[in-house]
Design a protein around this ligand. Structure first.
Ligand SMILES: Cc1cc2nc3c(=O)[nH]c(=O)nc-3n(C[C@H](O)[C@H](O)[C@H](O)COP(=O)(O)OP(=O)(O)OC[C@H]3O[C@@H](n4cnc5c(N)ncnc54)[C@H](O)[C@@H]3O)c2cc1C
Length: 433
């Protein structure tokens, strides 16, 4: 049996500046790169043309092609991680397994199981920080606990970043002929019951000009003022370290958004309960309305509130929604319709190309007021004034809601003033204020 070090790709799909891969390549055995198309995740996806699966499969196939130029390749598995590792252990003499850390509840449980399996055979399981700049215990407040409020967290984050930014590792293809894989294999989409998406997938190129002008343009949904890099950060096709270093010199406002990403990853890592409950437990008492009809209208972009409908239609058609409009649509669902933030969170999770549990959960709990450093419960976005501020010429609305202004466009599903007072009263009562 061939002696190997395994490098397990997960949400770090690149051959440059990859922490665990860098360390795996320093081991004394050749490195076998693997990827598991995880049936625990894939079997739950409803859309057979899910764009994230297309992206994942294409990216893995590209990595395989690059490795083939070294006479090596990649092995993929279409199974559960446990089954995949049982398979691997029967075929190879595995010396150790290297991988980058993932902080989502499912990932933590999966890694614990795999680590136990490997340890029972005397095989080391080594994990590394790669997905964030600073992990859950690296930025702590004066009293030693984790920060619950963003602004002081971001100040401490910046100070640490300026003092000692995490190192970057070069191109692993150039530095090594140390990969092995005698029988490269990448599963095709069809083999896994999926089909290619028709959605256009954004590029991972970092547009410096855009980042320079980010502060002025980021809040206008009708223009391409944001990077669209979310998908690449989510799957690690772009290194967060490289992006943070590059953007630090271009735009403090952009870097601040990357700090939000670290903040929410830190909140999830330290508070696994947020994945299905309110960060602030007293908010679990809110009696959400089980309004399936209202929810369906919201999903389809037929609420009669044009900015909300435009956002939902952009999401449904492209897998993307502008951040400003994510805030408006999320606020509308949780406050105007008083529908459980978890319903909206799950819908976004299904549709967003850049879906990331920590940031999605953070965004939803912020809008619903249930999160850490969230929008106060009594602040209810007014869709009309948000439109006047951020889409004054209705360019965004007219793009996504072409029938707006005609009698085909629906009447508002609920009256704004009534909904606002209902939300405030309901929250007040549930919170005992
Ligand atoms: C209800 C709601 C749900 C959200 N769900 C997600 C999600 O599933 N995945 C996700 O990555 N972001 C999410 N966000 C945050 C933000 O809307 C997106 O990151 C951003 O719109 C992605 O577009 P972009 O790549 O052009 O971002 P840019 O504006 O160009 O920002 C660059 C990167 O910074 C990070 N970032 C920016 N804003 C935030 C933020 N507020 N919180 C955390 N990270 C941020 C992202 O990684 C983003 O790609 C959500 C926000 C809200 C209000």
């Amino acid at each position: 049996m061939e002696k190997v070090t395994i490098f397990w790709f997960r949400r770090d799909l690149r051959l440059e500046d990859n922490t665990a891969l860098n360390y795996a390549l320093k081991e004394s055995n050749p490195v076998l790169p693997i990827f598991i198309f995880d049936r625990n995740i894939l079997d739950k996806l409803e859309d057979k043309d899910d764009a994230r699966v297309t992206f994942l499969q294409r990216t893995i196939a590209e990595i395989n092609e690059k490795l083939k130029t070294l006479g090596s390749g990649l092995r993929t598995f279409y199974s559960t991680p446990k089954e995949a590792f049982r398979d691997i252990l029967e075929t190879y003499d595995v010396k150790s397994v290297f991988t980058n850390r993932d902080y989502e509840p499912y990932a933590l449980e999966r890694d614990e199981q795999i680590e136990t399996l490997l340890k029972s055979k005397g095989i080391g399981f080594y994990t590394f920080k790669d997905h964030v700049i600073f992990e859950k215990e690296e930025i702590v407040s004066g009293s030693g606990g984790f920060y619950k409020v963003f602004t002081p967290y971001s100040r401490a984050w910046l100070a640490k970043f300026k003092a000692a930014a995490p190192p970057q590792f070069g191109n692993h293809l150039q530095e090594s002929n140390w990969f092995t894989c005698n029988n490269p294999k990448v599963h095709a989409l069809e083999e896994m019951g999926f089909e290619p998406t028709s959605i256009k997938l954004p590029s991972s190129d970092v547009n410096e000009q855009l980042i320079r002008h980010y502060a002025e343009k980021r809040n206008i949904p009708s223009i391409e003022g944001t990077s669209r890099l979310g998908l690449h950060l989510r799957f690690g096709t772009l290194s967060i370290r490289a992006l943070a270093h590059k953007s630090a010199g271009l735009s403090g406002t952009f870097l601040n958004e990357l700090i939000w990403r670290d903040f929410y990853a830190m909140i999830l890592a330290n508070n696994q309960h947020v994945a299905d409950r309110a960060f602030k437990p007293q908010y679990d008492a809110i009696p959400w309305r089980k309004d399936e009809e209202g929810f369906d209208k919201w999903c389809k972009g037929k609420t009669g509130y044009p900015i909300v409908d435009a956002g939902m239609r952009q999401l449904n058609q492209t897998g993307f929604m502008h951040n400003r409009v994510r805030m408006i649509t999320a606020s509308f669902l949780t406050k105007h319709l008083l529908i459980d933030w978890r319903w909206g969170e799950a819908y976004f999770a299904k549709k967003l190309l850049d879906f990331d549990l920590a940031s999605n959960n953070g965004g939803w709990q912020w809008a619903a007021g249930t999160g850490t450093d969230a929008q106060p419960y009594f602040r209810v976005f007014n869709p009309q004034s948000q439109t006047e501020k951020f889409d004054p010429e209705l360019k965004y609305i007219k793009k996504w809601v072409p029938e707006y202004g005609t009698n085909l466009y629906p009447q508002p599903i609920v009256e704004h003033k009534f909904a606002r007072l209902r939300a405030i009263d309901t929250y007040k009562e549930a919170l005992g204020k």
